[in-house]
Ligand binder design. Sequence first.
Ligand SMILES: [Mn+2]
Length: 461
Amino acid sequence: MKEDFWEYICNFSEKLAKEKKLTAVSHHDADGITACAIMVDLLRKLGKEVDFLILKQLDSMSIEDLSKINNPIVFTDMGSGQYTLLKENKIKDFYVIDHHPPEVDHERQVNPHFYGYDGGRDVSGSGMAYFVAKSLGHEENAHIALVGAVGDMQDSDGKLRSLNRIILKDGEKQGILKVKHDLRLFGRQSRPLTQMLAYASNPFLPGLTGQRENCITFLQNLGIELKKPNGKLKSYVDLKFDERQKLMSALYILLLDAGIPEFVIQGMVGEVYTLLKEEKGTELRDSKEFSTLLNACGRQQKPEIGVEVCLGDRGDHWLTARDILQDHRRMLREGIEYLKKKGTKHMKNFDYFDSEGAITESIIGVVAGMAYGARILDPSKPILALAQDRDNPEYLKISSRANWGLIRKGIHLGNAMKDCSKKVNGDGGGHDIAAGARIPKNKREEFLQYVDETFKKQLGG
Ligand SMILES: [Mn+2]
């Protein structure tokens, strides 16, 4: 790490450590939940009085809850982009540990952007919380920080880099993390082999995804036993080295034959991070599955359960978290079924579907993303998914998704959502490939028209 950045973190931590009582406030995704847990654990170990609060987002609505807090707040994975909002609402006593693009520089904030690091790839919110903890002598949550980085998909091109790499090395040194080059399909720990293949969506496996019978034949043809000697179904991690090799090359050939671009196939193999202190065959053993469990807790409005699991609870909270994950998966399956049945509506430059209350706003973006991966949606156009706003029935929540092919042609969903929502008195924004908006219900048609025109312009038409 750059020396001046480390020095800056140490100075920041010194100030933070002088407080007696703090409230940690964080974001409801895997990165936010892990960041919060790292902060709570640190402050407890330093003998502070600490409680925590997880928010869906820090905006003009949620900020009201914060004005009731009488002690200093420490924001993690949020706060850098909301400096004006905090000031306007007279929130004065706060610290910010974040990796999102900052509005302003101030001495009670740590943010990697000021030191030339990329908050999208080099370090996550949980990573920044980890470095604050490390500067105060606590390195024991490297594995939790890594789960946050993976949750923010900072390993999406096959490996973690830069500051994330330092965290990984710290964890390896302590014997709590192991990195391996291996198949990166979801469910390598906790799902039976056939399920891992049948539920694969990143990448979509032609002929296997969604087709359990085919998966069984596929594995049998490779001479891979589906069951362990004790009769239980095997997971990927139960396979021997040569079986893994066989399966990987068979999948590689399958995708090549189906004309899937080489770079997509390469993303299927890469670094996987194992949490060595966790029980084998559980979601907690694999960083990707762990982060999915936490995201499920957040999306199902029970992020506190995720925080407790990160803090080490393997009793009631852990059991609840597993139930939440099951519910979450069922809701996603039902969402996809609903979408399949209902189909999409077409504009010139995008497709859209209105869930009309059948899919909740908290998972509709995930459903759209999965349906894209599984080719249920036309990959040649962006998709907009409409859902009822949870907090205000007069509003619609819009989730939009695109893919790399569309980005290369000029599509930028974040810009489109931001500009078009503003025109109808809503708000919105996000990344090029995934973005969202919130608009008044009665402006729906107008908004869709604006978006169509904006995409046309983006595509150079
Ligand atoms: Mn984050």
